[in-house]
Write a protein that binds this ligand. Structure first.
Ligand code: ADP
Ligand code: MG
Length: 489
């Protein structure tokens, strides 16, 4: 394992109130349920709040957004117009996630305007929003460059530049854009760089535009006791079938299954669907809209298994993962650490289950070295289905045609379902409003009824079209909620 500062002995509790934060910010953190700092926050906030440039490395899900969000807010003067902080993110999704998290962190102060500037949506509305003024912009390098070239984004007032998921941005070939953008920022500023891994290019990049950055690295599993790791030896032709055995045995509500290749993703998806699992795949060939839908369905628990490659899954913030399955052993032990970090998050236990064939034992040894203990082997034939019933996701997603453009807000949809339609709020899950579409998760058992009632009633005073979003590919159309439907009707 590479030498790092060893934060494994993290303090039993690291409350935020030891930091120089305003009472309003502290109260808001309490309301968000952020009782203690995560290790990366505890290690980096004293440095960043003191005004230093920072390079911070920590795995996905470790709370990096607040680690840069709090210094960004601390540097902000709400009364001053003009963009004072800019966060660069590799993808639209990540920029949207960061925007949402920053808004949550900023809600203790009135009128902080945070704007997402991402590709894939039209320029005009973004330009208009910029004209109205924003304190913080979050965007993808390509789109930010575009605004800078057109003169619609002015960085004169900027005091904080953040690079989030810097390694991923470099993977995507944004080196040139990042460098060009940094050069257009005022020299006197604070620069914060966050990354899950630390390739040589990051060192290079930072040398070119950061000012005596301090480094904080936390790559080890700080929550290793919450992640229960098991290895199973498989023959090559058993591998995909073994994933189904694991699912039936452990019956996790949400599982992320990592494949080494796209072909393996496709094969696994097919095997799982044939057996009735509600599985979706995330891969590079999806259009943005399809990708959004997949993520929404997985995050709102309408889909049991998300099959993905490492590249497709990097940086996604998905909570409540009961299990991660390594369908194949990754040759890079650091990747293993990142993968299993998706489970056993802040306050929950998780399973990290790995399938290895005889010829992959060298890779397993490398992993054992990286995690610093022997891996725990279990025989495949100890796996028994814990129930004869198919593993169904608890929720189903209704898709409403109409979104932000129609001024629909989550509360309108919740109101329509719990008002006249007569459902309880416990039967309604996550509500996601996008530009043109609204997705609402409802208890699987009421999906058809909820669809009917919504379509018959009104949302925001208007009749809306509603359909049940299927967790199946175009390849094998299938009824959305078969098992329940038969039971209920
Ligand atoms: P990263 O960027 O490192 O992948 P995020 O910033 O997306 O991680 O945070 C992961 C999750 O942890 C988010 O749901 C966030 O709201 C939550 N979180 C962040 N900081 C804390 C904290 N101090 N206490 C509890 N939850 C936190
Ligand atoms: Mg992040």
């Amino acid at each position: 394992m590479p030498e790092q500062n060893s934060p494994t002995q993290e303090p039993a509790s690291a409350p935020f109130d030891r930091l120089p934060l305003s009472p309003a910010v502290l109260a808001n953190l309490g309301q968000l349920g952020y009782l203690n700092m995560t290790p990366i926050q505890a290690a980096s906030l004293p440095i960043s709040l003191d005004g230093h440039d920072l390079i911070a490395q920590a795995k996905t899900g470790s709370g990096k957004t607040a680690a840069f969000g709090l210094p960004v807010l601390a540097n902000l003067n709400v009364l001053r117009f003009g963009v004072q902080a800019m966060v660069l993110c590799p993808t639209r999704e990540l920029a949207d996630q960061v925007t949402q998290e920053l808004r949550r962190l900023a809600r203790c102060e009135d009128n902080i305007k945070i704007l997402a500037l991402v590709g894939g949506s039209p320029m005009r509305p973004q330009m208009i929003s910029l004209e109205h003024g924003a304190h913080i912009v979050v965007g993808t390098p390509g789109r930010i460059m575009d605004h800078l070239q057109r003169g619609s984004l002015d960085l004169e007032a900027l005091n904080t530049l953040v690079l989030d998921e810097a390694d991923r941005m470099l993977d995507m070939g944004f080196y040139g854009e990042i460098f060009a953008i940094a050069k257009l920022c005022p020299k006197k500023r604070q620069t914060l760089l966050f990354s899950a891994t630390f390739p040589a290019e990051i060192g290079e990049l930072s040398k070119r535009f950061m000012h005596q950055p301090q480094e904080v690295k936390l790559t080890e599993l700080h929550a290793s006791d919450k992640i229960r790791q098991r290895f199973y030896q498989v023959e090559k032709d058993q591998r995909l079938q073994a994933v189904a055995l694991l699912l039936n045995h452990f019956r996790p509500v949400s599982t992320l299954a990592f494949c080494n290749t796209r072909q393996q993703c496709r094969d696994l998806l097919q095997v799982l669907r044939q057996q009735g699992f509600y599985a979706l795949a995330l891969h590079g060939e999806l259009e943005q809209r399809e990708r959004d839908q997949v993520l929404i369905q997985f995050a709102n628990r309408s889909c049991s298994v998300l099959v993905a490659t490492d590249v497709a899954a990097r940086g996604l913030d998905i909570d409540k993962l009961e299990a991660v399955i390594n369908v194949d052993v990754t040759p890079d032990p650091e990747v293993y650490i990142h993968r299993i970090g998706r489970t056993g998050r802040v306050d929950q236990d998780g399973w990290a289950l790995s399938l290895a064939s005889e010829n992959q034992m060298k890779r397993v040894d490398a992993i054992a070295k990286e995690i610093g203990t022997e891996v725990e082997w279990h025989p495949l034939d100890e796996l028994e289905a814990a129930s004869k019933k198919p593993l169904l996701p608890p929720m189903a997603t209704l898709q409403i045609l109409g979104g932000r453009k129609e001024k629909i807000r989550p509360g309108d949809v919740l109101g329509a379902l719990t008002g006249e339609a007569g459902f309880t709020s416990a039967q309604v899950g996550k509500i996601t409003v996008t530009e043109t579409t609204t997705y609402v998760a409802v208890d699987r058992r009421i999906a058809h009824e909820a669809q009917r009632r919504l379509a018959e009633g009104k949302v925001k005073g208007k009749t809306v079209k509603v359909r049940i979003l299927e967790v199946t590919g175009d390849a094998q159309p299938r009824e959305a909620v078969p098992a329940v439907r038969r039971r209920d009707r």
